[in-house]
Design a protein around this ligand. Structure first.
Ligand code: GLA
Length: 731
C-alpha cells in the first residue's frame, strides 16, 4: 500500500518507489512534516524533532502544554501566514475582517485509490497498469470558514509524489486567497544544500545554475504571465556533495504555464523551506461562499542517487504519465520548417520547392511558419483574423496542402492564436477583447497585444477560427506560438475586486481552449513555442508533446540549452532542428554534421532550404534521416545520462541507453578544441556484462569497460567537432 494512516500516532506515511514521506497531526491539530527521503522502515519519526525554548518564536496559546512547540521553528506541512510562523508561507487568506492572518488545523483524511484529475488544469495521469494512491487531508481555518484539502499522489513504482490543493469556502462570507502554494517541503536540519535551477533569456533558455542555498529567501519566479524564458518552473535542492550519480536530490516542477514562484528560505540554523506554486505577486482570488479553487499540480521527485536519477525519473513520468494522445506512442514525423529558409518572403511555389527538395531526402512534413495570412508581410500586423493571404497561397491553404501531400509529405502550419494586431478586423470590432486596464496605454511588444483568454467568447472565437482552417485543409500539425508577455493584465468584464485573478484566469482559458482542440482533433500534433522556449513547462507538454526548445539553433549554444532542459524534460519533448551555417542568431559557423549530431538528441527536424546544400551535405541529410529512424526508440524512450557538462568543460557528452540495455547512443561535442587533445568519455547506464559493438568501427567492448575505462575519443576535432557513437549489443 502506497499510503497508510497510523491511527494511534496520527501519522501519515506515503511510500513512492524507493522514497518515504511522513507527516503527523500534532496534539493541537497542527500538521507537522517529519520526513521525506530514502525509504525507511519506521513510521514514528517524531523523535527527529527537537524542542528548544527559544525567544522570539511564538507559541500557540492553547491547552497543549508543549511550550517549546513553535510553528516558527518546527517543520510544518502546509504553513500559513500571520499566526506564528514568520517564514515564507504556503497559504494565506484575507477573510471577512480584512486580515491575512490564517490558521489551518487538521480536520480529516481520505485515502483514494488512483489519482483524481484536477479541475480545469493539466496534470500527470495514471495509465491502466500504473498503481498509485492519493491522500486527501482536510485542514480548516475555523475563523474564516475556509477548508484546504491537501492532495498527495504516491506513485508505487516511481519516486514521484504529486501534490496540489483545493480551497473551499465553507463560511458565509466571501474571502480572498492571496497565497496558495501547491507544495511545501520543510527540512528539519539545515545542512549544506545546493539549489539547482534553470535561468535564461530569449535564445538562451534553461541555463543550469547551482548555488549554495544562502540564508534568507531565494526566489525563482515569473510574473510575465507565462512560465517564461527567464526562469523555468523547476527547482532542485541537493546535498552540497551531490553529483550526477550520488547524493540526495529533491526536484520539483510545477505543472503550470503562468506566473509561478519557487522560494527557498533558510532561517538561521533551524530550518530550510521550499515552497512552489502560483506567484503570490499580482494574485488574489475572490472565493464566494460555497466556491472552491484548485491549485496547479507540483511534481516532486526524490533521488538518493544523484541528479541524473532525478532527471530520468522526470523523463519517465513525462513520457508515460503527462504526454497524451496519438503522438504519445506514435513516431513523430521529421519536419522541415521554412522560417529560417524564407522568413516572411514566400509563396506556394517556393514552399513546394522547399518541400520537394526535402521529401527527396526523406523529410516527412513541411511546416509553413509565420506569414501565410493577410496583412502579414513582416512582424507588423495581421495576427487575429487568420485569413489566408491568397496573394501568397494562390489556391488557398487546401491547394497548397494538396501539393505538399502529393509529394508524400504531411503539412503543418504556424499559429499565434493568443495575440492580436491593431490593423485587424478583429481588433476593430472587439477592442475590449485584449487585456487592458481602462484608458491606460496598451503596451505593444512585437507590435501585438494579448487577447483576453479568460473570456469565453474569445476562446470560442479562436476555436472557431482554428477549426475553420483545420476543417478545410489536410493539416497534421500546428506550431502554437506566443511571442510576448502580458502587460496591463486587466479584463473588461471583471469587477475591481477580481482584476488580480486575470493572470490565472488567462492560463485557465488557454488550457480550456487547448483541451477543446485536443478533443476535437485527436490526431493533430501540437508543437508549443514562445519565441522558442519561453513557455517550456510540463503544463504545455500536456497539450503539445513537443516544444520548440529555443530560437537559437547554434550547435554550441544548443549543447547548453538542451543539457539544461534535460534536467527535467525528456529529449522526446525537446524540439531540435538543423539550421543554416553561419547560424542566423549567433553568426557562428559549424559543420553540418555537428548541427545534426546535436539536434539528434531531440525531436528532430530541419530549418533551412535543403535545396541550397551541396551534394555532400545532402548525403549527410540522408544519413541523419536514417539515424533518426534507427535511434528513435532509444532517444525518445531510453534512459538519458549526462556525462560531461558544457557548463563546466570545453567539451560535452551525453548518452542514451535503451530500456533493455541492448543499445546505447553517445553524443560527444567539442566546443573548443585543445592542443594535443585527449578525450576519454565514460559511458553510463550500460549492462556491465553485455558486450557492445561500435556500429561504426566494429570494435567490441563489455559494458563495464565502456563505463569504467571509457571510450577513447581522442583526435583533433577542431572547434565544434563532434561524433555520435552507436553501440549495439553483440548477441
Ligand atoms: C517566434 C518563433 C520562431 C518563428 C517566429 C515567427 O519567434 O519562435 O520559430 O516561428 O516566431 O514569427
Amino acid at each position: 500500500m502506497a499510503i497508510r494512516f497510523i491511527e494511534d500516532k496520527k501519522i501519515f506515511r506515503l511510500d513512492a518507489g524507493n522514497s518515504t514521506y511522513v507527516m503527523q497531526v500534532r496534539e493541537n491539530g497542527y500538521l507537522q512534516h517529519l520526513y521525506y527521503g530514502a525509504s525507511v522502515r519506521d513510521d514514528d519519526l517524531e523523535y527527529i524533532i527537537t524542542y528548544l525554548m527559544c525567544p522570539f518564536h511564538p507559541k500557540a496559546y492553547d491547552s497543549w502544554n508543549n511550550k517549546a512547540f513553535s510553528t516558527d521553528i518546527q517543520p510544518m506541512e502546509y504553513p500559513v501566514n500571520g499566526t506564528g510562523d514568520f517564514r515564507t508561507s504556503a497559504f494565506s487568506v484575507n477573510s471577512v475582517c480584512g486580515s491575512n492572518a490564517t490558521e489551518l488545523k487538521y480536520d480529516s483524511y481520505r485515502i483514494i485509490d488512483g489519482k483524481p484529475a484536477l479541475e480545469g488544469l493539466p496534470a500527470t495521469y495514471l495509465n491502466e497498469d500504473d498503481k498509485a494512491q492519493t491522500l486527501e487531508i482536510t485542514m480548516v481555518d475555523q475563523f474564516s470558514g475556509v477548508k484546504v484539502k491537501l492532495y498527495y499522489t504516491a506513485f508505487e513504482s516511481l519516486n514521484v509524489i504529486t501534490r496540489h490543493c483545493v480551497v473551499e469556502n465553507c463560511g458565509n462570507e466571501s474571502v480572498f486567497i492571496n497565497r496558495v502554494m501547491s507544495m511545501c517541503l520543510d527540512f528539519n536540519r539545515v545542512e549544506d544544500y545546493d539549489i539547482i535551477h534553470l535561468w535564461g533569456k530569449w535564445a538562451k533558455e534553461r541555463q543550469l545554475e547551482r548555488v549554495r542555498a544562502p540564508h534568507g529567501i531565494t526566489n525563482i519566479s515569473s510574473k510575465r504571465g507565462s512560465s517564461s524564458h527567464y526562469h523555468n518552473p523547476f527547482i532542485a535542492l541537493c546535498d552540497h556533495e551531490a553529483t550526477e550519480d550520488s547524493g540526495n536530490v529533491y526536484g520539483v516542477n510545477l505543472v503550470y504555464s503562468g506566473n509561478f514562484a519557487a522560494e527557498v528560505e533558510v532561517q538561521a540554523e533551524e530550518s530550510m523551506r521550499l515552497i512552489m506554486g502560483i506567484n503570490p505577486v499580482d494574485f488574489s482570488w475572490k472565493l464566494e461562499a460555497g466556491e472552491s479553487f484548485t491549485s496547479p499540480e507540483a511534481v516532486m521527485v526524490y533521488s538518493a542517487n544523484g541528479i541524473g536519477e532525478m532527471s530520468r525519473t522526470f523523463h519517465k513520468l513525462y513520457n508515460r504519465n503527462l504526454c497524451r494522445g496519438y503522438w504519445k506512442d506514435n513516431k513523430r514525423p521529421i519536419l522541415i520548417n521554412n522560417w529560417e529558409a524564407t522568413y516572411f518572403d514566400f509563396d506556394d511555389d517556393k514552399l513546394e520547392k522547399i518541400a520537394k527538395g526535402a521529401s527527396e531526402l526523406g523529410i516527412e512534413m513541411l511546416v509553413m511558419d509565420d506569414g501565410w495570412f493577410t496583412n502579414r508581410l513582416g512582424e507588423f500586423g495581421g495576427l487575429g483574423d487568420w485569413e489566408v493571404d491568397t496573394t501568397k497561397l494562390k489556391e488557398g491553404l487546401s491547394g497548397l496542402c494538396k501539393r505538399i501531400n502529393a509529394l508524400g509529405m504531411k503539412f503543418g502550419i504556424w499559429f499565434e492564436p493568443e495575440m492580436v494586431a491593431s490593423n485587424t478586423k478583429l481588433y476593430a470590432e472587439h477592442p475590449d477583447w485584449v487585456l487592458h486596464v481602462g484608458d491606460r496605454t496598451r503596451n505593444l511588444d512585437r507590435n501585438q497585444m494579448v487577447l483576453d483568454l479568460s473570456r469565453k467568447e474569445v476562446q470560442d472565437y479562436l476555436f472557431g477560427r482554428i477549426s475553420d482552417i483545420l476543417d478545410h485543409a489536410n493539416i497534421s500539425y500546428i506550431k502554437w506560438d506566443f511571442n510576448r508577455n502580458l502587460t496591463e493584465a486587466g479584463s473588461a468584464i471583471l469587477p475591481r475586486d477580481r482584476q488580480l485573478e486575470v493572470f490565472h484566469r488567462y492560463v485557465l482559458g488557454l488550457y480550456a481552449l487547448l483541451e477543446r482542440l485536443h478533443n476535437a482533433y485527436p490526431m493533430l500534433l501540437l508543437e508549443g513555442c514562445s519565441g522558442g522556449g519561453g513557455r517550456f513547462d510540463p503544463a504545455m507538454l500536456y497539450y503539445s508533446p513537443q516544444i520548440w526548445t529555443s530560437d537559437n539553433t547554434d550547435a554550441l549554444d544548443r549543447c547548453k540549452i538542451q543539457y539544461g532542459s534535460s534536467l527535467c524534460y525528456p529529449a522526446s519533448m525537446t524540439s531540435a532542428h538543423v539550421s543554416a551555417s553561419p547560424c542566423h542568431q549567433t553568426h557562428r559557423a559549424s559543420s553540418f554534421e555537428t548541427r545534426g549530431n546535436v539536434a539528434m538528441a531531440g525531436s528532430f527536424g530541419y530549418e533551412l532550404d535543403l535545396n541550397l546544400l551541396c551534394d555532400e551535405e545532402k548525403a549527410l541529410v540522408k544519413k541523419q534521416v536514417q539515424q533518426y529512424h534507427d535511434f528513435y526508440n532509444c532517444i525518445h524512450y531510453g534512459d538519458y545520462y549526462r556525462l560531461v557538462s558544457p557548463f563546466d568543460n570545453e567539451y560535452c557528452a551525453w548518452n542514451f541507453v535503451s530500456e533493455n540495455k541492448d543499445e546505447a547512443i553517445l553524443i560527444f561535442v567539442v566546443m573548443r578544441d585543445r592542443i594535443f587533445p585527449r578525450y576519454f568519455v565514460k559511458l553510463k547506464g550500460l549492462d556491465p556484462a553485455k558486450k557492445y559493438r561500435d556500429v561504426n568501427s566494429g570494435k567490441e567492448y563489455y559494458g563495464d569497460t565502456l563505463m569504467n575505462c571509457g571510450l577513447n575519443l581522442t583526435k583533433v576535432y577542431g572547434d565544434l567537432g563532434s561524433v555520435i557513437v552507436h553501440l549495439k549489443e553483440v548477441k
